[in-house]
Design a protein around this ligand. Structure first.
Ligand code: SF4
Length: 278
């Protein structure tokens, strides 16, 4: 059994909240910096130029990439041979408190009815998984309201199959238009139960833009659906163009014989996420 100090957890979470809000992941940054060259429309090229300038400004000034620094979402993998010498959930929330406070990141968490701000961006949304090994992996995502609001879960009839999945995703992206600040990233969660499909869709957003699904059938489906999304001509910031989405990733899980749960989690171009391992 390996011991991980709760102090190290707090510091790692603090640092990752600040860093991820200032620096795009390298794969997303590359797509955004090179995006303009792939567009024909001067407007789309100009949007990509401004996004690239914004990335440079965030890096050089230490200001966040976007004013909406999001709700703090975590996927935590706990090795079964790890012992954390403190309350892990409290430690993660303390890291968020420190990161959002000391990093001057906007606190967006509020009561759903009174809308009273909790004041420190807690509680974080934390998903835990127990895995083999003696490591603690903490993946953070800053999830802004604009993109999250455009996400949906539905329960398709099993007979609707892949055609039904495509129709739902394309309708969702069409209706979302400029609201999630395209070019977007699309996470599709298929199967499981109502809530599990939503978790899979969000987890899919953690994958790298250029990673190829290890399941050849899903890899082909991701490619097909991404091409269809990009034919919608919504383009960067909804002003028209070839790149409505930079990536579309599917994760699936077996489901009930009577069900076909489907979740679409949309992430904006400011796809801020980062992982640490302790
Ligand atoms: S959708 Fe993303 S880029 Fe747009 S305002 Fe929200 S966090 Fe910022």
């Amino acid at each position: 059994m390996r011991t991980v100090s709760i102090k190290d957890v707090i510091k790692a979470v603090r640092d990752v909240c600040i860093h991820a809000n200032r620096y795009q992941p390298a794969d997303v940054k590359k797509c955004l910096k090179e995006g303009g060259a792939k567009e024909d429309s001067p407007t789309a090229k100009e949007v990509f130029r401004q996004i690239a300038e914004n990335i440079d400004l965030a890096e050089s000034t230490g200001l966040p990439l976007c004013q909406d620094t999001g709700l703090a979402v975590f996927f935590v993998e706990i090795g079964q041979d790890v012992y954390v010498d403190g309350n892990l959930t409290e430690g993660i929330n303390e890291g968020v408190r420190q990161g959002y406070g000391e990093g001057f990141l906007r606190k967006s968490a509020c009561d759903p009815f009174t809308r009273k701000n909790t004041g420190d961006n807690t509680p974080a949304v934390i998903h835990y998984d127990i895995v083999p090994g003696d490591k603690l992996r903490i993946a953070f995502m800053a999830k802004g309201g604009g993109a999250e609001n455009m996400s949906r879960v539905t329960m398709l009839a099993p007979a609707e199959g892949w055609e039904g999945v495509k129709k739902f995703v394309l309708t969702r992206v069409s209706e979302a238009r400029s609201n999630p600040c395209p070019p977007i990233l699309i996470g599709v969660g298929l199967g499981g139960t109502f809530e599990h499909s939503a978790k899979l869709a969000k987890l899919a957003l953690m994958r790298k833009v250029d990673d190829v699904n290890s399941d050849p059938d899903l890899a082909a489906k991701e490619k097909e659906l991404l091409a269809l999304v990009n034919k919608l001509n919504i383009g960067p910031m909804g002003l028209g163009g070839k790149q409505t989405a930079l990536a579309l990733k599917i994760m699936k899980s077996p489901c009930h014989i009577a069900s076909l749960p489907l979740a679409v989690n949309i992430q904006c171009h400011s796809s801020r996420h980062e992982e640490v391992e302790l």
